[in-house]
Design a protein around this ligand. Sequence first.
Ligand SMILES: [Zn+2]
Length: 604
Amino acid sequence: MSILSQRNLILSTILILTFFLILNARADNPDELFRNAKKNLEQLNSSPKLKKNRSNWLAVIQQFEKIAQAYPGSPEAPKSLYHAGNLYTRISEHSHSKKDLKSALSAFENLGENYSQDPLADDALFHAAEIHRTRLKNPEQAYVLYNKILTQYTEGDMALKARYWATRLGIKLASKPENKPPAKNPAPAQSPPELDIKNPVTVQAIRHWSGPEYTRVVIDLSDRANYRRHLLRSDPENNKPPRLFLDVYPARISPELKDPIIISDGLLNRARASQYRKDVVRIVLDINSFEKDTVFQMENPFRLVMDIEGKAETAPQAVTTAAQPEGQAIENIIAGSTTKPVEPEPKIKPEPAAPVAPITPVAPSAPTLAKQLGLKIRKIVLDPGHGGKDPGAIGPSGLQEKNINLKVARYLRDLLEAQQYKVKMTRDSDVFVDLAGRNVVANIAKADLFISIHTNASPKRETAGIETYYLGTTRNPETMRLAAQENSTSPRGLSDIEGILQDLLLSSKIEESNIFAGSVVRKMIPGVKELNPGVESHGSKPAPFYVLVHARMPAILVEVSYISNPKEENLLRQEDYLKTLAQSIADGINEYEKGYLSAANWKE
Ligand SMILES: [Zn+2]
């Protein structure tokens, strides 16, 4: 070794030693810790020797991460997360490790989701989107994030770039052949090929909701997964009931999910999950009685939803227990939990079974099934969209969709109750309610109508107006974008739901929902004209909204105005306008009921 290189070695040893001395310096306030971390980062950046060693990078990253963990409420927390995200991205360029990229994503997503008011939030979301698009080759997830920036940070410095990529990806993804709905079986035959075998998802929890003739089972996952559905017919010789099972792969089971979950609602006896093979988790549903089932995947968070329909052979045990006040019970049902199974506890007393409608398509010209049966509208479930940690769309001056939806729903409830309707709300405060549980409330309550209330948002500021939706498929890119936004899903998620729609569209409820959606939008436009002159009607349209899937009554989603349009955002701030919106929806309900009852009378 030459004298020169020996000197170099000594020098660099001293350098590394001092580096770690500073790293270990103690401080107990976030400001000082942050300054230390920044100083170390500068030192690292300026030393080619220190730079070469991965552990030095990790040490600095950890300093930033610790600040965010220990002082989440401090102004240094979002800044630290931003540094951590950037540094993980940097080291991943050398390591080519997916783990580093995932760590970067988790720092950026933590910042984007938990510090949404921070000026760095949209930058973090943009970096996360770029990682999905350029590094992980996951354009669907990138699209969701670009869209989120567009609707939530319209004024931010990332909006322009986000719009560019959202448009490009939107066109690319909509033209993908895999978006065609599969022919019959709801479970996708071919699974997304690029899922990483080395990174199995975790099957975290199983939840369920039981109602008469209907059970929804939700399987919580840590990430998107492949799944395959199988049905085993009953085996009377061996005394085995029919079993429905779902294989999720590549997947590992959470240790908390070892015990079977007792359902006993007449349709299903129990659900259990096991590590069937090294990389396959099998969820088995022991069936008592069922007619059909559908499976689809939801995102944000990732979960698989299995809907089992049929007639319970025995009175559902859970449905007959009436211990708590009804409203409270509904809150329990919909609040759900991602960590432990929810007890089957609908507290609504079973009612005599309604006449069962044969599942056949109804010709549009014939009187619809509801009309033929002369059913009366008594119970209405109102669903104020979003809530809690999910603000929905945000207007240019900061108005949050979740609050507007709730106000309109409350006004509408008051109006309907004054007309002697029984009204239930999926939420009556600023709480997060799982999308998967929302229309289940209406099914369990055997409601006659379901109305989900939202405000619209478009990247185009000038777009304004009112529109209503019923469940169906669409090829309209603007409607697809809205459905992805309201479902918090990617285009891939949308294609997943479209796969099961074929089946659902045979139900007569779709035809009724179509008529209902038309009645409401026709009454809303003249109803709000005085306060919103020149209001534009976008009519009633089909769209694949999760919240409408498997509603067993006419179900619609109303976009009451565009919160992204400055003029309509301003109107939405005014209580008078919200009351008028509620009144016009109530008029639409009356209009629908009139047509529905007169047709029933006509039949007699
Ligand atoms: Zn919404």
